[in-house]
Design a binder for this molecule. Structure first.
Ligand code: 3PG
Length: 209
């Protein structure tokens, strides 16, 4: 599965922070039940790698990726777990070098025209646009589309139910990422029905390509 396939598999990629290992599988199942199959589990909690392992083992329909992958070592770890993709908020030379030989495709982050050019130069035409709202939002993405049409984005950061559709309507946006479908309180309470409801609403966001 290519990054392009993954980015087109669902309109929204949940950005997941999992604190307790027991939450991992039910949370992933609730999201997949709502239609959000592409999951980004961030490496921001101590049990993140265990959560990724558990979801890959137990949630058949999930397309599992790792987020907040900052170093070559982390890319190596998540590739060893057979993550389908890895996401970074930005990029470094060493991370891009590691990605050239990794079986796990990297979705690097960018927020400027120069960074987009550097990524295109290194063979990456699928990127995260981060932090989307703070870095200029839809106006910035519209401005990048004309001079840099090869770059396609997954904007993430500050996106929610009120502004997601505006991003998804842009020709250079394939999907958006966000944590709004995985609210901390619902996870803490084990309110998986609420998560499925949020995922269903997100799945139904219209996508105009
Ligand atoms: C992140 O990596 O933290 C994502 O950008 C999530 O941002 P959000 O919480 O604003 O959706």
């Amino acid at each position: 599965m290519t990054l392009d396939d993954i980015m087109r598999a669902a309109p929204v990629i949940p950005v997941m922070m999992i604190d307790e290992i027991d939450q991992a599988v039910p949370l992933a199942r609730a999201l997949v039940k709502g239609g959000l199959r592409v999951l980004e589990i961030t490496l921001r909690t101590p049990i993140a790698l265990d959560a990724i392992r558990a979801i890959i083992a137990d949630v058949d329909d999930a397309i599992v990726g790792a987020g907040t992958v900052l170093t070559p070592q982390q890319l190596e770890h998540v590739a060893a777990l057979r993550c389908k993709f890895a996401v970074s908020p930005g990029f470094t030379t060493s991370l891009l070098d590691a990605a050239t030989t990794s079986p796990c495709p990297l979705l690097p982050g960018t927020s400027t025209a120069s960074e987009v050019m550097q990524l295109l130069d290194r063979g990456h035409d699928r990127m995260k646009f981060f932090p989307a709202e703070a870095a200029g939002g839809t106006a910035m993405l519209k401005s990048l589309a004309s001079p840099l049409p090869a770059a396609k984005f997954c904007p993430t950061g500050g996106i929610g139910p009120d502004n997601a559709a505006g991003y998804l309507a842009l020709p250079n946006v394939l999907c958006v990422g966000g944590s709004w479908v995985v609210p901390k309180d619902a996870i803490a309470q084990g309110d998986w029905d609420k998560i499925t409801m949020l995922a269903t609403d997100a799945f139904e966001l219209t996508k105009t390509r």
